[in-house]
Design a binder for this molecule. Sequence first.
Ligand code: HEC
Length: 302
Amino acid sequence: MPGAYSPKTNALYMPLQNTFMQAEIINQAGADGQSNESFGLSWTTHLSPEANLLGRLQAISVETGKTLWQYEQRASMLNVLATGNDLIFAGDSDRRFRAFHAATGEIIWETVLGGSVTGHPISYQVDGIQYVAVSTGSSSLTPVLNDFVGITAPQNINHLYVFALPGKQLSRQQLPFSQARQKLKNVVPYFNQNQADRGKLSYQQHCASCHGKDFVGGSAPAMTGEAFFQRWDERSAGDLFDRIKLTMPWGAADSLSRDTVLDILTYWYAHHGYRANVRTLPDDPEQLKRLPAVPSANLRME
Ligand code: HEC
């Protein structure tokens, strides 16, 4: 896992794992037991004895070799990026993606992505706005590391995430998705009552244990209320459909049929103020892309 160097602090930021390796020399004798002898190495990796924190992000001064700060946690730390304005971006195997202050190690921002943050973060600038992009997905190592500390993060979540950094204020037109949102505003989804009723049953069966009755939240975040609306405001029904289909139910991602997820989506709409009609909402990704994920405020029942 590559670390990063910042010329501003003249420090290295290294993602480290608290593990040790048990290695053994193996001698593979030739067929006659003597000739063609070759030696190899067999090894296994383990969590260090008495350790329960696996991951560490360590800032090391290049000039003195001294540790400036370190951050430790249960999940393993993955790839690191240092930016020109003193931010250290680092992902971990438990789906967290964070920005640390380069000089102090303070966590300035964090979010939870769909899967282990196995990609290497990059940063770039377009029209004066700085972006940070990172991908999630499976790797051969992260499930092993997660096993050491009993973390079960979904694998095979092959997503690319792009974040805009605050600074220069983004105008509404510059915001990602806003163009699509202009078109989304006036579109009202249609679905029929049967679909929404089926969706309610499926929600109760597959989602309510974590997201609570009627989306109010529980061990998992609420799927209603201002914070949820804000997060999904600029996005389409297709985005919400994909999020549910590909990452939920938690621990059994991608196990529900597209029709079941579609039913749950119509139940979500019905519960948030859209009226059922006669036509069913079809499984049509192009159409879902044109529908808003979140009904406009005057339609919402809270
Ligand atoms: C075992 C618990 C569990 C079950 C069951 C579950 N979820 Fe989740 N869900 C979570 C957790 C934990 C998160 C937050 C972590 C994450 O973002 O992946 C989450 C996140 C979400 C999000 C993103 C929320 C946001 O604020 O952006 C949506 C949407 C969602 N779940 C929908 C569903 C639906 C629909 C079902 C049923 C098909 C479901 N979930 C079943 C645990 C669960």
